[in-house]
Design a protein. Structure first.
Lengths: 1110, 599
């Protein structure tokens, strides 16, 4: 391997790269033998970068591959060559020599642990030779440096030089040039190590020659210096005291830095030798009056080591430190340090035990008031002085209780004067920061964060300062709203601290009690919102006061709203909602419910801004639907998603919560087994229809069947309406209207027609407007256990609050579809639904004796575990059918569930509606109207109807309806009582009239059927005949013979006890009717049925049987 | 570790320039080794106590340090940091500690590429032992020492290593950002930045400079000259060869470097030559004393706030004496001068202070040195009395009135060499002014009006004068100032409550208050090194120079100076008084104040 020398430029960039670090350093790792190259470069006569290279070796030599023992040997050789070459002040300078000494020693010290310590001998010997020429003139600086090198070696290898301590002492005594400091420090260190490591050597003995130097045996054996562990002192006490006396003789020759080193070594010796501390004090205490901070610090170190010796001088030291802080000439950092020392002294004295405890605070409050900041003190200094004032105040407080209250407050106020500009400067000003920092310090006073004494907080709460500060902050907020955020930050700081969060809470409580009633109701109130937010967050504060205020503010906003306040209303309104949201997150809903729902409802209704209204609606909905903990979780989640901080934590949360559509078909298919949508009222004829409609085959047939029927009936309408253009429609009507008077009919028929005309004109035509709707009430619920199993929602198993442990689904959408002609089916939305608790759990729960809570809980559950669902149909034809249900919902852990649920059967009875009443009919004549309508329709649907060809315009005037009646009869062999019961239960709303005294008496007493026309038979004869009554009269006599010959027996038997007759009018959407005339006898009832929609008869049969015979 | 930690050792020094690049670095492997040993033992101790702290023992390279520094700058808002806890402070940052000293002692998180985690370079371990920052600082001479080193190096970098002048004041030290990371055994790195605070003798910097410079404080410039790395290297090698400072006197070190020693430099025969005096003086013997005083005053002219005048003074000295003599003289009249603080040069032996006098004995070093410093009140009464009133007649026009009395009660030989009053308007542009003073001349600059009452060359001696100056000043229309982008985070705060503020302005009745409100609303926060937000106030600043005697009454009687061993040497004495912050607060407006101190 050839050693190609590097140019100075190469070395320069190498040094740069090493210092820069990282990859730039690595690129040199392949260059071989860099150390050899470096040493030869240093020896080269005209190499310009010698010092740099030496320093470089010092800093980095151990990071080279070829660093080994031999390098150290070569290094010492190089050192010797350089030191011994004559100084030419160009290439070989004194600085170079000094640097070479220092760096060589430094390399040895930092790497020698890798090798045998014996290797250091040659270096030490060389250094000893160098220093062994006291007072020699020209090389004095080099001798001093050599002393420093030896000192560092002694320091890193204690007792290395202890056996030649005698020589060192005499050198030290002889040296009189300015490097005597280095000799002294070297000797001091040697003494220090002898004392600390308890070595038995004589420091007067110079029998061991200085050179040749041998590493002491003890160092060779063990790694360190062998200190005997028997506890007794091996060292020669007397000799060492003499040495100490010598060392303490002339400390004034030391520089300030030298003094720091000196004292650091002297103090442990003095402690070990049990020297009289007062000696040290006399010698060194004067340094406290120096303006050199290092000397002051030395005195403090001395003081800390020898408390007792300084008895009575604490005050002097404290005073001095205080005065240093006043020295305008000093650098700021030293003035700050002085105050810190003072604080530190106070703490260390307080923390030291025993009787000393009393003295310090005494010294403290004698000068406490001189800590008032000066007007020209830098703010940093003001801040620290205020800290000290706060501390002084503590001692003031402990002094006496009577007149203190006043003076404490005074100290506080006077202290704050220096930063009082915070009251009017922008809140971000440094003055504000310093002032609030001071408030904090004053408030917490002496209670540090470290002591575990719980009573302190209480003491603070009762303190004067706490009360006056509370008052101050209150006034501040009322006068100067822009400080509110600062005050909030102040409270936050207290709240954020485990020890002082009570204080923060207490402050918030005070604000809640005293600020809220005083605030002025105007737009500026918005500046207080950060504070309201904190109050809202705190569940120790009842939310009522704040809510009342917010309601007032909302009212204010609504009242003040005008054309130019749009933006303001929006922003303030949003802020109010923000506070509401915070409340929702931190309080139990029950606490908030009343007022908050009022506030939100008011906002929904009256607030001028749409977005605010919308948000209020959302919150209101959530408040009502979602139970406490789930609600808080949801709101929290929103927070995290909104949070800007892209910390890895929130990232992962985001990932978990991002919506995941589940494509697990198996899972989705199972859903219908534990998510149930049920009818509230089960169908009477459920079974039969589930049989015929449950398979697709029938389903597909059915429409065809219905279609066929419609064809025959509906074309009339369709032709007339759809076929004609809009212009023709009025013509049709104008034509049909003049036709009427031309037609020959009797007055009765025309009366019927009139009734029907006015009636039909109130039926909406579904093709042009919203048709008549049928509403099916259902409930949605799901079972918790299977749900959790499937979707892996691990709700926290909190045994206490069971509701919180149940799973929930959010934002559920139910979509309906049907093959039956039900028009468009709107989907239904359920914001929140809780799973049903497992049955056994529920039971055990009920047994828990805490009734009040449970009842409340139970109610909440009932509301929440079953969601009411309303399916709205707009039938085109009154026919039973099936409604298919599909669900889309979200689980708590972000799954989206899409699945089909069981279908909902629709029966014919769902189609039963009350006939519409034209709007011009007064309420009190409605029963009569129904009765008339029944007669008219009965007549019109009769087989011999004269109205067969008539058409009746529907509402909206575009469509017309024709009546094409059919009739049928059904005999029900049921006792009258059960018939009446069933009628009352299922058909009561549709009964328009009851005829016949026995029946009337029975039904009227029941009270279920009301507001209809009652006709007893007695009055019947006196009446001018109506169709219905006539037929009633005739009924038993004639109809039995002609219409129902097969069932004559039964009819005959029933006819004997004819009780009366129900007249029932049922409207079938979109425009059809079903009329029953039920002739009630004791054991059977004959139902005469007429309808203008004959297909419905097919279902009616089943229905009646189910209704009455089942 | 406290056994060996009593001293002061520096682990490394870094110097960064204004673009946050390391321009110089120096590591001390010996200290580093001690540090690692200490870390190891401390970490072992920690695992015993099952505490989850561990000490970061690895050492950052220059690039890592620079990166950490930049990161910290972003975290702390500026190179110095916030110093106290503000809304931007994050947990674990320096400002979270909530102590102004953290503007001087900072923490850096070194991000080691290989390890991929953050490592704090700060005395973490001592936090476990100590309850508070204060006791920590008390326990660490290293920090104090590091500041001394930092200041010394800072002066060298800035080229300001100037001895205190005996007759004229030293030039102010400006600029020069120094970042050094220091440490000793038992302490992790402590970085300190020697912000060259205006040197005490140089407090004649007009405060208007401080006002305009307030924003730029964190953009320090390295001196116009390139960094003299060789000088720095030599200084470091000589002053702290192994990282432990031995002597920080730049003059001594450079003298030794330049001159060396010859065999003719003989040590004194019977005395040890102090380490701080490597050479002994030879030649004509004499002693020079100069008292420099700087007067700070806050003049309110209000009943409820008393005026506040204080004098910071120092006695500079040069002793051209052969051998190693002791010099002593008594300081008298201390009580009359209300001398509060007395701090001495390390060479002085200080005896107990008497009631009214104190004997000073010292063994003078070579060259000029500050023998002692003091704080006093003004024995003569304020040299300039009176009031300044400024009232805004409209948004852009102010009417002002000065009524001053100079040198009232001052007798010869007190001479006022010059006196200038300036009204700074750092945030407004002066368009014109109108008015004539009863004495002196007036000139304007873009941001101030200067009134020369006594111009140099026509000193005022032995009599007092009255001066009045009524006038008006017109400003360019007010424009809302954009905050510098570095402070944009503050801007966002301002935006948030903007709607509140606009409302405020509507119901502002008082014109002055309205203008005031407008002016202060976009004031940037000042640094903690400032006494208050200068720009928020209206004031006039007086600059003057008085010769003849000190204002405090402090003096050195040349006849009472005694030298031992006795030699024949002349003793000369001079004084010079300059103004520091001598402020006349606008009587009609807000002013900063402080509660009167009670001793």
């Amino acid at each position: 391997m050839s050693l190609k020398p590097l140019s100075p430029q190469d070395w320069e960039s190498l040094i740069d790269d090493f210092q820069h670090g990282g990859s730039r350093r690595h690129k040199w790792s392949s260059t071989p033998s860099l150390l050899d190259l470096a040493l030869s470069s240093i020896l080269k006569k005209d190499f310009p970068l010698k010092i740099q290279l030496i320093i470089f070796l010092e800093e980095f030599s151990d990071s080279f591959l070829d660093f080994d023992e031999h390098f150290l040997e070569r290094l010492v050789d190089t050192l010797k060559i350089i030191i011994q070459s004559p100084t030419d002040n160009l290439f070989i300078t004194m600085s170079l020599k000094d640097q070479m000494l220092v760096s060589t020693t430094s390399i040895f010290i930092s790497t020698i642990h890798q090798f045998n310590i014996i290797i250091v001998e040659s270096l030490v010997e060389f250094l000893l030779i160098l220093i062994n020429r006291p007072n020699h003139g020209p090389d004095r600086q080099t001798r001093g440096v050599a002393c420093e090198c030896l000192r560092e070696l002694e320091r890193s290898h204690p007792c290395l030089l202890s056996h030649i301590a005698g020589h060192l002492w005499s050198l030290c005594q002889n040296e009189r040039t300015h490097v005597t400091q280095s000799y002294m420090l070297l000797f001091t260190w040697v003494i220090h190590n002898i004392v600390v490591h308890n070595v038995n050597v004589s420091i007067l003995n110079t029998s061991v020659p200085l050179v040749p130097f041998n590493v002491p045996q003890s160092l060779l054996l063990s790694d360190g210096c062998s200190s005997t562990s028997n506890g007794s002192n091996n060292y020669n006490y007397k000799e060492l005291r003499r040495a100490m006396a010598f060392l303490l003789e002339s400390p004034q020759v030391l520089t300030a830095c030298g003094m720091v080193e000196f004292m650091a070594v002297i103090i442990p010796i003095a402690v070990a030798l049990e020297l009289q501390a007062s000696m040290l004090k006399v010698q060194f205490f004067g340094m406290v009056y120096s303006y050199d901070p290092m000397l002051c610090h030395v005195v403090l170190k001395l003081y800390l080591s020898f408390f007792d010796a300084f008895d009575g001088q604490e005050g002097e030291i404290a005073r001095r430190l205080m005065l240093i802080s006043k020295e305008a000439q000093s650098f700021l950092v030293f003035r700050l340090l002085a105050l810190h020392w003072l604080l530190g002294l106070n703490q260390s004295v307080l923390s030291s035990k025993g009787d000393k405890k009393k003295k310090k605070p005494m010294a403290f409050d004698s000068m406490g008031l001189s800590f008032y900041p000066n007007v020209f003190d830098p703010l940093a200094l003001k801040a620290l002085k205020l800290d000290l004032l706060a501390l002084c105040m503590e001692s003031l407080k402990s002094k006496s209780d009577s007149e203190v209250g006043n003076s404490v407050e005074k100290v506080f106020e006077d202290g704050i004067v220096s930063v009082s500009a915070y009251k009017w400067l922008p809140p971000r000003s440094t003055e504000t920061a310093v002032a609030f920092r001071a408030f904090h310090k004053f408030l917490i006073g002496g209670s540090s964060h470290f002591d575990t004494d719980p009573s302190t907080t209480t003491t603070i709460m009762e303190s004067t300062i706490f009360h006056s500060l509370q008052g101050m902050l209150l006034d501040m907020m009322l006068e100067c709203q822009k400080l509110v955020p600062v005050i909030v930050a102040f409270v936050d700081r207290l709240l954020g601290c485990q020890k002082h969060c009570w204080l923060g809470e207490r402050l918030l409580q005070t604000f809640d009690e005293n600020l809220l009633p005083k605030v002025v109701m105007d737009y500026k109130l918005a500046s207080c919102f950060p504070l309201f937010d904190r109050i809202a967050e705190n569940d120790t504060i009842p939310p009522s006061r704040l809510l009342e205020l917010l309601i007032k503010f909302m009212v204010f906003l609504v009242e003040k709203h005008g054309p130019d306040t749009g933006l303001k209303s929006w922003s303030k309104g949003s802020k109010v909602l923000g506070v509401c949201r915070t409340m929702l997150m931190h309080h139990h809903s029950s606490r908030l419910f009343l007022r908050l729902s009022r506030l939100l409802a008011f906002t929904c209704l009256y607030f001028p801004d749409l977005e605010v209204r919308d948000n209020a609606r959302i919150y209101l909905r959530m408040l009502i639907c979602v139970p406490g903990k789930k609600l808080r979780d949801m709101l929290n989640l929103g927070d995290q998603l909104l949070g800007i901080s892209p910390s890895p934590l929130s990232n992962s949360i985001f990932n978990i919560q991002s919506p995941r559509t589940s494509h697990n078909i198996k899972k989705s298919r199972n859903i219908s087994s534990y998510v149930h949508l049920d009818r509230v009222e089960p169908l009477l004829v459920k079974q039969s229809w589930s049989l015929s409609l449950s398979t697709l085959g029938v389903d597909s047939n059915k429409p065809g069947y219905l279609e066929g029927i419609r064809d025959s009936e509906s074309p009339v309408e369709e032709r007339e309406i759809d076929g004609s253009a809009e212009i023709h429609i009025p013509e049709t009507e104008t034509i049909s209207q003049p036709q009427e008077p031309l037609r020959v009919m009797d007055s009765k028929i025309s009366e019927i027609l009139g009734t029907l005309r006015s009636y039909f004109s109130s039926i909406p035509d579904y093709r042009h407007m919203q048709g008549i709707k049928v509403r099916i009430s259902c409930t949605l619920r799901f079972e918790s256990e299977p749900f959790n199993r499937e979707w892996g929602v691990d709700s926290p198993a909190s045994g206490l609050d069971r509701v919180d442990a149940l799973p929930a689904i959010y934002a559920t959408v139910l979509n309906f579809s049907s093959s039956a002609p039900y028009g468009s089916l709107p989907s239904y939305h359920i914001p929140f639904l809780l799973g049903e608790p497992p049955k056994n759990d529920y039971d055990s729960h009920q047994q828990v004796p805490l009734d009040i809570v449970l009842v409340e809980n139970g109610n909440v559950e009932e509301e929440i575990v079953r969601a009411p669902v309303m399916i709205e149909l707009e039938p085109r034809e009154p026919t039973p059918g099936l409604i298919d249900v599909s669900i889309v919902t979200n689980t708590e852990n972000g799954h989206i569930i899409r699945a089909r649920l069981h279908s909902i059967p629709i029966g014919i009875e769902d189609m039963f509606l009350m006939a519409t009443v034209p709007s011009d009919i007064p309420k009190e004549v409605i029963p009569g109207y129904y009765s008339d309508l029944f007669s008219a329709l009965w007549e019109a649907c009769g087989s011999s109807s004269n109205t067969g060809r008539e058409t009746f315009p529907l509402k909206g005037g575009k469509g017309v309806a024709a009546i094409s009646g059919t009739q049928s009869v059904k005999l029900l062999e049921v006792p009258s009582t059960s018939l009446i019961q069933a009628t009352e239960r299922y058909l009561a709303p549709f009964v328009v009239s009851v005829i016949g005294e026995p029946l009337v008496n029975l039904v009227k007493d029941g009270g279920i059927i009301r507001d209809i026309i009652w006709k007893d038979v007695a009055s019947d004869s006196s009446l001018v005949d109506t169709t219905s009554v006539a037929s009633l009269d005739r009924g038993p006599l004639h109809l039995t013979y002609f219409d129902d010959e097969d069932e004559r027996d039964s009819v005959v038997s029933t006819s004997k006890r004819n009780m009366g007759c129900f007249l029932i009018l049922i409207f079938l959407p979109p425009r059809f009717h079903l009329l029953f005339q039920m002739e009630v006898c004791d054991v059977s009832t004959l139902v005469r049925i007429r309808t203008d929609h004959w297909p419905c008869l097919a279902y009616i049969d089943d229905y009646l049987e189910a209704l009455f015979l089942a | 570790m406290s056994g060996s930690g009593g001293g002061c050792s520096i682990r490394a020094i870094w110097i960064l320039n204004s673009i946050d690049a390391v321009v110089f670095s120096r590591r001390f492997p010996v200290v580093e080794k001690r540090w690692r040993t200490a870390c190891r033992s401390e970490n072992e101790k920690v695992t015993e106590n099952s505490l989850s702290y561990s000490v970061f023992s690895l050492f950052p390279s220059d690039s890592e340090l620079a990166a950490a520094f930049v990161e910290r700058k972003q975290r702390e808002g500026s190179a110095r940091g916030f110093g106290i806890r503000v809304s931007q402070s994050s947990v674990g940052s320096d400002s979270w500690v909530d102590d102004p000293i953290t503007r001087h002692i900072i923490g850096l998180y070194i991000n080691k590429e290989e390890e991929g985690d953050n490592n704090l370079l700060w005395p973490l371990i001592l936090h476990i032992k100590d309850e508070s920052l204060s006791s920590l600082l008390l326990d660490l001479p290293s920090i104090t020492g590091a500041f001394m080193v930092a200041h010394a190096i800072g002066d060298i970098v800035a080229g300001d290593a100037v001895e205190p002048e005996v007759l004229v004041s030293a030039s102010p030290s400006v600029g020069g950002l120094l970042d050094s990371l220091t440490g000793s055994i038992g302490i992790s790195g402590i970085s300190s930045r020697a912000k060259p605070v205006a040197a005490p003798v140089a407090s004649s910097i007009p405060s208007s400079t401080a006002v305009t410079g307030a924003v730029a404080v964190d953009a320090p410039k390295i001196g116009s000259r390139p960094l003299d790395k060789d000088a720095l290297r030599t200084f470091i090698s000589s002053s702290m060869p192994f990282g432990t400072p031995l002597d920080l006197s730049y003059s001594n070190i450079s003298a030794i470097k330049v001159n060396g020693f010859s065999s003719s430099d003989l040590p004194p025969a019977d005395l040890k030559q102090p380490a701080w005096k490597p050479y002994l003086y030879k030649g004509k013997q004499r002693m020079l004393f100069t008292i420099h005083e700087t007067v700070h005053a806050a003049m309110y002219d209000r009943d409820e706030i008393p005026d506040n005048i204080s004098v910071s003074g120092q006695i500079n000295c040069r002793a051209e004496l052969e051998g190693l003599p002791d010099v002593s003289f008594p300081l008298t009249g201390l009580n009359a001068a209300h001398v509060e603080v007395l701090s001495f040069h390390p060479c002085a032996q200080v005896s107990e202070r008497g009631v009214d006098k104190q004997a000073v004995m010292f063994s003078p070093p070579l060259g000029n040195f500050i023998l002692l410093r003091y704080q006093a009140s003004c024995g003569h009464g304020p040299p300039i009395k009176g009031f300044y009133q400024l009232s805004m007649v409209s948004e852009d026009k102010g009417a002002f009135l000065f009524k001053l009395c100079l040198m009232e009660g001052y007798k010869s030989p007190l001479t006022m060499e010059f006196c200038t009053v300036s009204m700074p308007f750092p945030r407004r542009r002066v368009v014109s002014f109108d008015g004539t003073p009863s004495i002196g001349t007036v000139s304007t600059t873009e941001h101030s009006v200067e009134w020369k009452i006594v111009s140099s060359g026509r000193g005022l001696s032995g009599k007092s004068i009255e001066a009045t100056f009524p006038g008006t000043v017109n400003f360019a229309p007010w424009q809302t100032q954009r905050l510098p982008s570095s402070r944009s985070f503050l801007g966002s705060i301002a935006d948030e409550d903007s709607d509140v503020e606009t409302e405020n302005s509507n119901n502002m009745v008082n014109m002055e208050e309205f203008i005031m409100e407008k002016l202060i609303n976009d004031l940037p926060p000042v640094d903690l090194e400032e006494p208050f937000c200068w720009q928020a106030y209206n004031y006039a600043k007086v600059s003057f120079k008085i010769a003849g005697a000190s204002l405090s009454g402090m003096s050195v009687d040349p006849k009472s100076v005694s030298i031992y061993p006795a030699v024949k040497a002349s003793v000369e004495f001079s004084t010079q008084v300059t103004s520091g912050d001598y402020i006349l607060w606008n009587t009609l407006s807000k002013c900063p104040s402080a509660a009167a101190e009670k001793v």
